[in-house]
Design a protein around this ligand. Structure first.
Ligand code: APR
Length: 179
């Protein structure tokens, strides 16, 4: 079944910290205090302001950290963006279906970005790195959720894929979803 997208969804192979968009989505962990992968790259290139803002969130609304599937925005520091929207993906499990939590990451991060007035939003392939989610399934969930949820005033959702394999899986998922 073809799912017409109300908002253009684009795929880019590259580094999400190099994107010029309104909001860059971070594949964070519940501590909000940094890590490896996308999280490490965003803090490295974005600079200390981002971590300072995350620490303020931990000292106030998110005393216990950010729950899996939730999203929260901070400054983008030195990145060419207005905000970073941090979301915590589920760790892959072979015995428990955590699809709904991964869907929630995309839905909530997009909602937070849109509420701030973001017109262009860049997403990584959440949970498909250190958290071990298979890329093909992660791509299907990402594309399906964004196609269903993205509406104006958002003008572009850009998936930024770090390597050729991820880019291929997202291309396949997008083609399949658009029929
Ligand atoms: N730009 C775009 N994509 C990237 C980048 C980058 N600079 N760096 C890594 N990726 C890709 C990975 O190849 C993977 O496909 O992002 C996807 C998500 O990988 P991770 O960053 O490892 O995120 P995740 O799998 O959600 O694990 C989150 O890792 O970095 C820690 O603090 C983070 O504990 C949290 C966990």
């Amino acid at each position: 079944m073809s799912t017409p997208s109300a908002v253009p969804v684009t795929l880019v192979q590259g580094d999400i910290t190099q994107q010029s968009v309104d909001a860059i989505v971070n594949a964070a962990n519940s501590s909000l205090l940094g890590g490896g992968g996308v999280d490490g790259a965003i803090h490295r290139r974005g600079g200390p302001e981002i971590l300072a803002a995350c620490r303020e969130l931990r000292a106030s609304r998110y005393g216990k950290g950010l729950r899996t599937g939730q999203a929260v925005a901070t400054t983008a520091g030195r990145l060419d963006a207005r905000w970073v929207v941090h979301t915590v993906g589920p760790v892959w499990s072979g015995t428990e279906d955590r699809t709904a939590l991964l869907e929630s990451c995309y839905r909530e991060a997009l909602r937070v970005a849109a509420e701030l007035g973001a017109r262009t939003v860049a997403f990584p392939a959440v949970s498909t790195g250190i958290y071990g989610w298979p890329m093909d399934d992660g791509a299907r969930i990402a594309v399906r959720t964004i196609l269903a949820e993205a509406t104006p005033p958002v003008e572009e959702v850009r998936f930024v894929l770090f390597d050729a394999q991820a880019h291929l899986e997202f291309r396949k998922a997008l083609a399949e979803a658009l029929g």
